[in-house]
Design a protein around this ligand. Structure first.
Ligand code: SF4
Length: 358
């Protein structure tokens, strides 16, 4: 049980039941991140941006929208190898490899909650060696695939020896690693790990959602990784209660630019079950996008606002129809529908709470 000063006992019990009955991820917070949460609680009380990243609030359980689903991007319909849910392929030339189901902390907004929780409960867990052998066989028979994206779970949680094995085995392919380890457990980037990642010329994509996640320790670690010459990128979701204000996004993007992290994508949260607490209405998303685009130089606003869907990533310019709450996107001749948030749910977060240190 987590201390009552951090989460109400009754809410914690309700959440625990949902973990058991409805495939939510158990609360998991690294000691490193917990220190930041305690500092935030001491200053503004519960429910601040870092708090909401890893601790459920009452709205997580109570808020429902008329259209939501467990897995909006339908990853389990994109498994090219039969009975093998850890290889996901949506594009011809690259695929996602779920190298592990373990994370350093569990994000409350995780779009993969349902599948990750299924992986974690599965008795059919494969070893990393088996997974890589199946993956390699698939890659060798599909020469059009040039890039393997390590995802999870957090790929860095597999440890040095497993990472070395994976990278040695897959040296023929470009490797991209998506990770939140830099904010949850920066010490995992040891000198040895950094050398390994550098030797294999990997691309590191950090998921950093809020400028306060980059403290002095994280900044120093990013600088170490940068000095080693590793290419660093960022992508993160736009989340109500965490970063739903253009001022927060601009501050974060500028900070990452100072650290040589190239911005890739800002994701619109999927209409998933238990996700309404983080969602933002389409009109406010567009307002935030315009504020970022119009008020910043191109090295800040080059981050693309995108939504991941079952037909791939789509952007505002891919909208082909709006009818009531239904927005239709089109890509490569295929269409997908997105349902805007029901009225009355999206209450913008006050800026003095989102940026409480300023
Ligand atoms: S680290 Fe990634 S996979 Fe793990 S809970 Fe967070 S968003 Fe989900």
């Amino acid at each position: 049980m987590i201390d009552e000063k951090i989460i109400d006992k009754e809410l914690q019990e309700k959440y625990r039941q949902l973990v058991e009955m409805d495939n939510l991820l158990p609360i998991k917070i690294s000691d490193f991140y917990m220190k930041k949460i305690i500092e935030e609680i001491d200053t503004i009380g519960m429910g601040g941006p870092l708090y909401r990243s890893v601790i459920p609030i009452k709205d997580k359980i109570d808020l429902k929208t008329s259209v939501e689903t467990r897995d909006y991007v339908e990853e389990d319909k994109h498994n090219p190898v039969e009975n093998c849910d850890y290889i996901i392929q949506k594009y011809e030339n690259r695929l996602v490899f779920i190298i592990t189901d373990v994370c350093f902390a569990h994000c409350q907004y995780c779009f993969r909650t349902y599948n990750l929780s299924k992986f974690q409960q599965s008795n059919l867990k494969e070893t990393i060696k088996n997974k890589i052998s199946v993956l390699k066989m698939y890659l060798q028979s599909h020469s059009n695939i040039s890039e393997v994206i390590f995802s999870g779970g957090d790929p860095l949680s597999i440890g040095y020896e497993n990472m070395k094995f994976a990278l040695d085995e897959l040296q023929q392919w470009d490797i991209r690693i998506h990770t939140r380890a830099i904010v949850y457990e920066p010490s995992i980037f040891t000198e040895k790990m950094i050398d390994l990642l550098n030797k294999h010329n990997v691309r590191l994509v950090f998921h950093i959602n809020h400028p306060y996640e980059i403290d002095e320790v994280v900044e120093e670690k990013i600088n170490e990784i940068r000095r080693a010459g590793i290419r660093m990128y960022s992508q993160f979701p736009l989340l109500r209660g965490i970063n739903d204000n253009s001022k927060v996004l601009i501050k974060l993007l500028i900070k990452m630019d100072e650290l040589n992290i190239r911005p890739l994508s800002i994701f619109i949260p999927d209409p998933i079950s238990y996700g309404a607490v983080n969602r933002i209405s389409a009109s406010r998303i567009e307002k935030i996008m315009d504020e970022v685009n119009w008020n910043t130089p191109s090295w800040v606003n080059s981050a693309r606002f995108v939504m991941d869907t079952t037909i791939g990533k789509v952007r505002r310019e891919n909208i082909v129809k709006r009818e009531g709450k239904c927005i239709t996107f089109s890509r490569d001749g295929k269409t997908v529908e997105y349902y805007d948030l029901d009225d009355g749910i999206d209450v913008p977060s006050p800026i003095d709470k989102l940026l409480w240190k300023n």
